[in-house]
Design a protein around this ligand. Structure first.
Ligand code: NAP
Ligand code: GFB
Length: 327
C-alpha cells in the first residue's frame, strides 16, 4: 500500500519501493496503479524535491537512511518540452547527471535489490534508421535541441551496466515515448506539446480567441498515456530481469503528426474556434519512431488506453483542477 506523503512505517515487508520524482506526471500515475492493485506485503513511498534535493549527495543519503528501500523506481529529473530544452541544455545536463549519480550510487551503497530508471525516446541518435530500437541508444549524436538531457539520460544506461559488471546490481531502465496525462506540467513555455495544447485550448475557449499551434504541425510523435506507462513500469519493477533498457511505447502504427494531435485535443475539448500554426516556432525533431517489438515479446496482450479516451480523461482532469495544475 502507498505510504502517505513519503512517511514510511518501518514494517517488515517483502518490498519497500522508493519512487523518486513521485509527485510528477508519471509518479502520480504509478500511485494510482499501486492503489488499484492493493498488493499485500509491499510499501510504496512517493517523494519529491521537498523530501530531498537529489542533486545533493548528503540529502540523498538521508532519504535512503530514512526509508531503507529494497527497490527504487527512479523518475526524478529536470524534465521539459522542446522549448525548455532549447533554452537550458547545460542545466538539463548537469542537474540530471547529479541526480542520477546520487540515486544510483546510494541505491548500490544501501543494498537496493533493483532500480528502474527512465530514459526517453528523444535521446536516440537524430540521424538513424527507423524504427528505432533499444540497441541504438548510443549510435550517434542526439537531436541538438535536447543534447544536454539526452547525454545525461544515456549515461544512466552506461551506469546501469557498470553497476552490473562491477557489483552485480540489477539496475535497469525503461525508454518511454512522449507521455501525457493528469498531473502533467501544463506550462506553455516549459511543458510538452499535449499539455501545452490543452492549456491553450482552455484559454482560447475562455477568451474566445484562436488556438495557436507552434511549428508546422508536421513532426510525428508516439504518445503514451501516463496510466499505461505506470502499469508497464510496475511490471518492469517486478518481472523484467534484463539490465538492458526496454522501450515502453505504443506501436509505430500509432504515431501521429502534431497536427493530428492538435485536432484530437480540439475534439476532446469541443473547441469550435480557429486553429492557426505559428511557423516561426521550432518544429524540433521531425520524428523518433520507436519499435515496441521487445515489449510485445514480453507483453503480447497489453492493451493501451485508446488515445481519444486518454486525452478526454486528461482534458477533464485539467479543467477540474485548473487552479492547482502546474502551468
Ligand atoms: P515531472 O512531472 O516533471 O516530475 C518530475 C519529478 O521529479 C517531480 O516529482 C519533481 O519533484 C522531481 N524532481 C525534479 N528535480 C528534483 C530534484 N532535484 N530532487 C528531487 N526530486 C526532483 O516529470 P515526469 O514527466 O513525471 O517524468 C518522470 C520521468 O520520466 C523523468 O525521468 C523523465 O525524464 C521521464 N520521461 C518523461 C517523458 C514525458 O513525456 N513526460 C517522456 C520520457 C521520459 P518537484 O515537483 O518537487 O520538483
Ligand atoms: O512535447 P514537445 O515539446 O517535445 O513537442 P518533443 C514539441 C513539438 O510539438 C514541436 C510542437 O514540433 C512543436 O513545434 N508544438 C506545437 C508544441 N504546439 C506546441 C506547444 O504548445 N507546446 C509544445 N511544447 N510544443 C521532447 C524533448 O521533445 O520530448 C524532451 O525535448 C523530452 O527532452 C520529451 O524527452 C519527451 O517531443 O519535441
Amino acid at each position: 500500500m502507498a505510504a502517505q506523503n513519503g512517511e514510511a512505517k518501518r514494517t517488515k515487508v517483502a518490498m519497500r519501493v522508493l519512487v523518486t520524482g513521485g509527485t510528477g506526471l508519471v509518479g502520480q500515475a504509478i500511485r494510482r496503479v499501486v492503489e488499484e492493485q492493493q498488493s499485500e506485503d509491499e510499501e510504496w513511498i512517493f517523494v519529491s524535491s521537498k523530501d530531498a534535493d537529489l542533486t545533493d549527495t548528503t540529502a540523498t543519503q538521508a532519504l535512503f537512511d530514512k526509508h531503507q528501500p529494497t527497490h527504487v523506481i527512479h523518475l526524478a529529473a529536470m524534465v521539459g518540452g522542446l522549448f525548455k530544452n532549447l533554452k537550458y541544455n547545460l542545466d538539463f545536463l548537469r542537474n540530471n547527471i547529479r541526480i542520477n549519480d546520487n540515486v544510483l550510487h546510494l541505491a548500490y551503497e544501501n543494498g537496493v535489490r533493483k532500480c528502474v530508471s527512465c530514459l526517453s525516446t528523444c535521446i536516440f541518435p537524430d540521424k538513424t534508421t527507423y524504427p528505432i530500437d533499444e540497441t541504438m541508444v548510443h549510435n550517434g549524436p542526439p537531436h541538438e535541441s535536447n543534447f544536454g538531457y539526452s547525454h545525461a539520460k544515456r549515461m544512466i544506461d552506461v551506469q546501469n551496466r557498470a553497476y552490473y559488471v562491477q557489483h552485480g546490481c540489477t539496475f535497469t531502465s525503461v525508454i518511454p515515448t512522449n507521455v501525457f496525462g493528469p498531473h502533467d506540467n501544463f506550462s506553455l513555455e516549459d511543458g510538452h506539446v499535449v499539455p501545452g495544447l490543452m492549456h491553450k485550448v482552455y484559454m482560447a475557449k475562455r477568451d474566445n480567441k484562436p488556438l495557436t499551434v507552434w511549428g508546422t504541425g508536421s513532426p510525428r510523435r508516439q504518445f503514451i498515456y501516463s496510466y499505461d506507462l505506470a502499469r508497464l513500469m510496475v511490471w518492469v519493477l517486478k518481472d523484467y530481469q534484463e539490465v538492458d533498457p526496454i522501450i515502453l511505447s505504443v506501436g509505430e502504427e500509432d504515431e501521429i503528426s502534431i497536427k493530428e494531435c492538435a485536432e484530437l485535443v480540439v475534439e476532446a475539448m469541443d473547441f469550435k474556434g480557429e486553429v492557426i500554426y505559428d511557423t516561426t516556432k521550432s518544429d524540433g525533431q521531425f520524428k523518433k519512431t520507436a519499435s515496441n517489438a521487445k515489449l510485445r515479446k514480453y507483453q503480447p496482450d497489453f492493451k493501451f488506453t485508446p488515445i481519444k479516451q486518454a486525452l478526454k480523461e486528461t482534458c477533464d482532469w485539467f479543467a477540474e483542477n485548473y487552479d492547482i495544475a502546474r502551468k
